[in-house]
Design a protein around this ligand. Structure first.
Ligand SMILES: NC(=O)C1=CN([C@@H]2O[C@H](COP(=O)(O)OP(=O)(O)OC[C@H]3O[C@@H](n4cnc5c(N)ncnc54)[C@H](O)[C@@H]3O)[C@@H](O)[C@H]2O)C=CC1
Ligand SMILES: O=C(O)C(=O)Cc1ccc(O)cc1
Length: 367
């Protein structure tokens, strides 16, 4: 497709979408705008955008597609500004916000003016933020949810799907209420729980100086999302507040029940509690991307000598296998540790196994 695409908010998601659109539609012009001039200049220097503008209006007036990828409270403000801006006939406005109910309410004045707004939410991302973390493959095979407003017809939906076809995501239309209930449960609520686990561990670390070192393994993994952008999560929590309050009330009751099982030393109920969770979790699809992206870990039992990490990563680099994270698990005092490398896809991990089996004699484990 050809035309001008304005991306407002040149962070992780805006940058990744810019890369996807440019790859699929090389003749389109990608214009970037961000209140953070440093981030905007970086997007330009990295070649993520073709042009930068100094004001929202300057970019909006010439855009055929406007993508708002800012924290959700800002998205509402930007929609108000766009409502009062002279836009091109036929422009499509979409967003990438993690909440949809309040944003779709804010879209009504735009629809009443005949401007097409299609709510959007790519269900993939990372705890990292900023344009330097953006990647073309971020949304591959992930769900991308749309909440079209009344002003969006089939033609506009098709046009937006074409613009975004380079994401290689699976498009899905859902009503805003259902969107917020679903994401509240499987994305927003887990973020609150991850943050609360870290808070409890922090309190406990004052009493137990070893805690920081022991928390370096599994605890670090299950709380990874607590390292996400706090501004973004403050906004999401405020916008999806009713859904989250209801879930947290249920969670409080469930935790009371767990306390009761422990006090009563009720082995059978405790067994069922863990077993039901295991059965449901084990049945979840493993190969598709969910709301919280999966990372595929490979454990490598490495000997203790300097330069071991660079040796292993060099083998992977030779085969052009990209990794997303690397760390040492220090679970025992007497051994150097296990090297854990995370990959974004199961295929990358399989290639890494083949490569390391060929080039080293280290034991490899997959969880
Ligand atoms: N991070 C993630 O994994 C995912 C995030 N989202 C949603 O996408 C949106 C963007 O998230 P990220 O890219 O991760 O955030 P980010 O923090 O990487 O980027 C946001 C950018 O928006 C800019 N910005 C803030 N207010 C602005 C304004 N008024 N005008 C112009 N620019 C402004 C910031 O300076 C920043 O560069 C959020 O609404 C978030 O809920 C959706 C899916 C995944
Ligand atoms: O980093 C992670 O695992 C995430 O949870 C990414 C994410 C953040 C916000 C979303 O609305 C969707 C996905």
């Amino acid at each position: 497709m050809e035309g001008n695409v304005l991306i407002v908010g040149m962070g992780l998601i805006g940058g990744s979408l810019a890369l996807c659109i440019k790859e699929e539609h090389p003749h389109a012009s990608i214009i970037g705008y961000d209140v953070n001039h440093k981030e905007l200049r970086l997007a330009n220097t990295l070649g993520v955008i073709d042009e930068m503008v100094q004001s929202l209006e300057q970019g909006a007036e010439k855009a055929d597609l406007i993508i708002i990828s800012t924290p959700v409270t800002q998205t509402e403000k930007i929609m108000k500004i766009l409502h009062n801006t002279d836009l091109k006939q036929g422009v499509i406005i979409t967003d990438t916000g993690s909440t949809k109910g309040q944003i779709m309410k804010a879209a009504r004045p735009l629809s009443e003016k005949g401007i097409t707004f299609i709510g959007g939410h790519p269900m993939a991302g990372s705890h990292k933020s900023g344009v330097s973390a953006s990647k073309k493959i971020l949304f591959e095979n992930a769900f991308y949810m749309f909440t079209p407003s009344d002003s969006a017809g089939e033609r506009e939906m098709k046009s937006l799907e074409s613009w975004l076809s380079g994401t290689r995501a699976k498009f899905l239309i859902v009503p805003p209420k259902e969107h917020d209930e679903l994401t509240g449960m499987i994305s927003h609520f887990p973020h609150i729980i991850a943050a609360s686990l870290v808070h409890q561990a922090k309190d406990s670390s004052e009493e137990h100086p070893y805690l920081r070192r022991l928390a370096a393994g599994g605890f670090r993994d299950i709380t990874r999302i607590a390292s996400s952008n706090p501004v973004m999560w403050k906004d999401i929590t405020l916008q999806n507040s009713q859904v989250l309050k209801d879930i947290l009330e249920k969670w409080k009751i469930e935790m009371e029940e767990v306390i009761h099982m422990i006090e009563e030393r009720d082995a059978e109920k405790l067994f069922h509690y863990f077993n039901e969770a295991k059965v449901f979790r084990d049945e979840l699809p493993v190969l598709s991307k969910g709301a919280i992206p999966a990372f595929y870990d490979l454990y490598i039992d490495v000997p203790d000598y300097p330069g071991i990490i660079s040796e292993v990563t060099a083998y992977l680099a030779e085969e052009k296998i990209s990794l997303t994270n690397i760390r040492i698990l220090e679970t025992r005092e007497d051994i150097y540790g296990v090297l854990v490398i995370s990959f974004q896809t199961i295929e990358d991990r399989e290639r890494a196994v083949v490569c390391l089996k060929e080039k080293t004699a280290y034991d490899l484990f997959i969880d």
